[in-house]
Design a protein around this ligand. Structure first.
Ligand code: XLS
Ligand code: NI
Ligand code: NI
Length: 442
């Protein structure tokens, strides 16, 4: 392990986190996540491809709109930006290695602070990329996806790709080019577009049609550039309905798929589905996964949870096993994620100020997913869940129902059939029975 650590150890007293089983009382051990355990033909490691979110875990100081930072993160203490970036990266790799996280995700300026000019920012990013390459090679911890932060800087207050000012659109494009170069250089498996400010605060001052067209142009240009550089990874759009915009154009999975199809982008872009974004859009996490899976666009997952008593993006760690079990059912039936993984886009609470809290949070999240996987596998292997759902549609498997599915029946034929058959009988949906099949394992 020592080669993986920088000169300083940032989490002293915490060693590699190991699987100890459900009965352990050790708060720094896994109870359910057993990386090498095979479930339905794949190891847990392969099912999940867990990832750390650099922005929350390495950069989250606990600052919120009402108060100052609460967390003294020792890797942020250097004033020189490159020294700070190297310390932060040492801490990130120490953390991921100790937890056994195979991946991390980042925004460009999570890695190193943005400078006053684009050229100087790029120079900083190139410098930290060299440092990252060595860390990746030494540890085996890899990049799940990279992205560009197109929402924090004041220049993006009216949007990035959808900004009414071309100068800002071009600046955002330059940032994406550099972030794509960086992601490719670090061997990233994917690249994410989350358009937090691609939307509007007021429709009164907004030409929505033009802004959506600009977004499509922007994504096409990014796609063309990435492919020209030989990037074979997945390009992903991450839907979210609002916050920080009042209305975000990538509202939910269905809206985003419609957008991608409208502009001919559906072959290159898949979706990165986030739990708390689904619930903000008044959907369940499982619903969004199902919409994406049915479109062949289930790329990756940002794992977290909302607070269901209030309605904003609280990004808490995922701990609700029933919610995750419903998600894992969708995932298992879809055959898994297409190229992505499960990225903990989640933050410890503002008053969780111990460094160990970062470990507890990730351990809890990984264990919750592992329990959910085991539960979902049990539902599929031990209950009539899947068969019973198929049976609800049995009337379409033969005869007139089958002819309808094949498009062989028009409205007149359907009219005749209904007249002959008379009033349909009632068939129970048996929702409670389905719930019992699923929840008996969670
Ligand atoms: C914010 C988003 C963001 C993306 C990456 O709500 O989840 O963190 O995942 O830009
Ligand atoms: Ni989010
Ligand atoms: Ni996210």
């Amino acid at each position: 392990m020592s080669v993986l650590l920088g000169e300083r150890e940032f989490f002293p007293g915490i060693g590699p986190i190991r699987y100890e089983g459900p009965e352990t009382d050790n708060p720094l051990a896994f109870r359910y996540y057993d990386a090498d355990r095979v479930v339905m033909g794949k190891t847990m490691r392969e099912h999940f491809r867990f990832s750390m979110a650099y922005w929350h875990t390495m950069c989250g100081t606990g600052m919120d709109p009402f108060g100052a930072p609460t967390k003294a993160l020792p890797w942020l203490s250097a004033t020189d930006p490159l020294q700070q970036a190297r310390d932060k990266m040492d801490a990130a790799f120490e953390f991921a290695t100790k937890l056994g996280l195979p991946f991390f995700c980042f925004h460009d300026f999570d890695l190193v602070a943005e400078a006053h000019t684009l050229a100087e920012s790029e120079r900083r990013l190139l410098a930290i990329a060299e440092y990252a390459k060595a860390k990746i090679a030494a540890s085996g911890v890899r990049v799940l996806w990279g992205t560009a932060n197109l929402f924090s800087h004041p220049r993006y207050m009216n949007g990035a790709a959808t900004n009414p000012d071309f100068a800002v659109v071009a600046h955002a494009a330059a940032q994406v080019k550099i972030a794509l170069d960086l992601t490719i250089a670090l061997g990233g498996q994917g690249y994410v577009f989350w358009g937090g400010r691609e939307g509007y605060l007021s429709l009164l001052n907004t030409d929505m049609k033009r802004e959506r067209e600009h977004l499509a142009r922007f994504l096409s240009a990014a796609r063309d550039y990435a492919r020209k550089q030989g990037f074979q990874g997945t390009l992903l759009v991450e839907p979210k309905p609002m916050e920080p915009s009042k209305h975000q154009y990538d509202f939910d999975a269905a809206t985003t798929l419609n957008f991608l199809r409208e502009f001919g982008l559906e072959r290159d872009f898949k979706l990165n589905i986030e739990v708390n974004h689904a619930t903000l859009a008044l959907h369940t996490f499982a619903h969004e996964l199902q919409v994406a899976a049915d479109a062949g666009a289930l790329g990756s997952i940002d794992a977290n949870r909302g607070d269901y008593q209030n309605g904003w993006d609280t990004d808490q760690f995922p701990m609700h096993v029933p919610e995750l079990t419903e998600a894992m059912l969708v995932l298992l039936e879809a055959g898994g994620l297409e190229g992505g993984g499960i990225n903990f886009d989640a933050k410890t609470r503002r008053n969780s100020t111990d460094l160990a809290d970062l470990f507890y949070a990730h351990i809890g999240g990984m264990d919750a997913f592992a329990r959910a996987l085991l539960a979902a596998a049990a539902v599929l292997e031990k209950t009539p869940y899947r068969k019973a759902r198929c049976e609800r549609y049995a009337s379409f498997d033969s005869g007139d129902g089958q002819r309808f599915e094949r498009g062989e029946l028009g409205l007149e034929e359907l009219y005749q059939i209904a007249r002959q058959r008379g009033e349909p009988s009632l068939h129970s949906g048996r929702q409670e029975l389905f719930e019992n099949w699923v929840y008996r394992f969670c």
